[in-house]
Design a protein around this ligand. Structure first.
Ligand SMILES: [Zn+2]
Length: 238
């Protein structure tokens, strides 16, 4: 669906997640606005949707899972243009869990199409753990279940389309972590150091690094008597 703009655009509002609107210009607030299309369940699916396919390889599954999330572009070409997830599919050669996968993807797609804030799905999925035990992804991040990894993929996707603000560590923090890491590696290489240098471990974190409670990555090392995560910067000493 497209909207024809018949009058000159004199200003616009940026919709904030908290419901408030930020004035983007000094336009009079009484200026009539073109109708903005929001996500709702009666929105018809266009013939073509853009999307992305992600691969999950887990030791819990013999075959890889392919997760496709398709997006709908609302208000294309207007200041209100936004990309929202519309549907999700999971494909795999593994048919063991077929009915549950189909059920999950249908419900997730329905939630996407309802509109509103769908980001809660990420936290719900990431909190699911497999009673048979989780696994480590390449890079050393612990996944408590396949469903949790699915949550991670949805999070990645929502970040890529701008629905979740990337709370990635700032550049200054990243520099600090790199500095800490270099310092740690220097202590390992120092002559007389009794440590075992295990370079090339999962994700390149030092051997013996323990699991970080914040980012679930095996990257916590002891530095100056303080447990410090080399992946996200988490530190027990603040
Ligand atoms: Zn961490």
């Amino acid at each position: 669906m497209t909207i024809k703009i018949t009058r000159k655009i004199k200003g616009y509002n940026v919709k904030r997640p908290d419901g408030g609107a930020a004035e983007a210009s000094a336009a009079a607030p009484t200026e009539p606005q073109a109708e903005v299309i929001q996500m709702h369940e009666r929105l018809e699916r266009p013939g073509v949707l853009v999307g992305a396919t992600y691969k999950i390889k887990s030791p819990l599954f013999e075959h890889a899972l392919y997760v496709t999330i398709n997006d709908i572009v609302l208000n294309a070409g207007t200041p209100h243009e936004s990309r929202r997830p519309f549907e999700i599919f999971i494909n795999s050669k593994n048919m063991d869990h077929f009915q549950w996968i189909v059920a999950l993807t249908r419900i997730m797609s329905a939630v996407f199409r309802k509109g509103g804030d769908v980001t809660f799905l990420v936290e719900e999925l990431k909190a699911v753990f497999d009673p048979r035990g989780g696994y480590f992804k390449p890079g050393g991040t612990y996944m408590p279940s396949i469903v949790a990894e699915l949550g991670l993929i949805v999070e990645q996707h929502l970040k890529s389309i701008g629905m979740i603000k990337d709370s990635e560590i700032s550049e200054a923090q990243r520099a600090l972590i790199n500095e800490k890491r270099a310092a740690y590696e220097a202590t390992l290489k120092a002559p007389g150091a009794a440590h075992d240098v295990g370079a090339g471990e999962a994700g390149g974190y030092p051997a013996g690094a323990t699991l970080c409670p914040k980012c679930n990555t095996s990257a916590v090392v002891l530095m100056d008597g303080c447990a410090t995560c080399l992946a996200c910067g988490y530190s027990k000493c603040g």
